[in-house]
Ligand binder design. Structure first.
Ligand code: INI
Length: 204
């Protein structure tokens, strides 16, 4: 039997997308900085003009799941990192937004087979948010680590010989596909178990 674990050793061929909420951007920009710093120091080029990381800005955390799912469905990415900050105010808005973004991010990953990292702070005050975005620690760093770990782990799992090629989860990053609703068409000439299943080649 085997033990599967993500690695942090050679992420040069990985691709990521970041989905970032503009709401509370004092906080989300700080998360983003740490996320980029972690990626860079692990050998991933975070330059938006490079070929490893794409960025999508959304109005607020509520909009994150829709965009994360849509990006995941392209199967261009090894992982999607979602960054947001939901801060409890005097209205019930907090409860609606935080519940929807948590459910939506989980669903985006589950439905697409692409790791979608939940980098959305849900806190009681701006002070608490800033403590987690640079004052004490910066969770943006952890979210990038989670993305690298999950991206490399999923590559290993997809390479299992008996892995089902019949669902979205089997599609390698970089192997661009057309989508109709929730269904995924396998690319023409794609033969399960063949050399085209080599994910490192597919991703270049
Ligand atoms: N969006 C956030 O990201 N954080 C919040 O704290 C927040 N609050 O509290 O309102 C918030 N609201 C905006 C929401 O995410 C949507 O952008 C908006 O409702 C439009 O759909």
């Amino acid at each position: 039997m085997s033990v599967f674990e993500g690695t942090f050793l050679s992420p040069e061929s990985l691709r990521f997308a970041l989905v970032i909420g503009r709401f509370n951007d004092l906080v989300t920009n700080k998360l983003l900085e740490a996320c980029q710093d972690c990626l860079r120091r692990h050998g991933v080029d975070p330059n938006p003009h490079g070929n490893q990381v794409d960025y999508a800005w959304v109005p607020g955390s509520f909009e994150i799941p829709l965009v994360a799912r849509q990006l995941a469905l392209t199967h261009r990415y090894d992982a999607i990192i979602c960054l947001g900050a939901v801060i409890r105010g005097q209205t019930p808005h907090f409860d609606y937004v935080s519940a929807e973004v948590a459910k939506g991010v989980a669903a985006a990953g589950f439905q697409t087979g692409v790791p979608v990292i939940f980098g959305v702070l849900t806190v009681d005050s701006l002070q608490q948010a800033l403590e987690r975005a640079g004052i004490k620690s910066n969770l943006g760093w952890e979210y990038a680590m989670n993305a690298i770990e999950m991206g490399t782990l999923m590559r290993q799992i997809r390479q299992l010989p008996n892995h089902s090629m019949a669902d979205n989860q089997a599609i390698a990053p970089g192997n661009f596909l057309s989508h109709q609703d929730n269904t995924t068409r396998l690319p023409s000439g794609f033969i399960p178990g063949s050399a085209s299943h080599d994910l490192t080649q597919l991703n270049d």
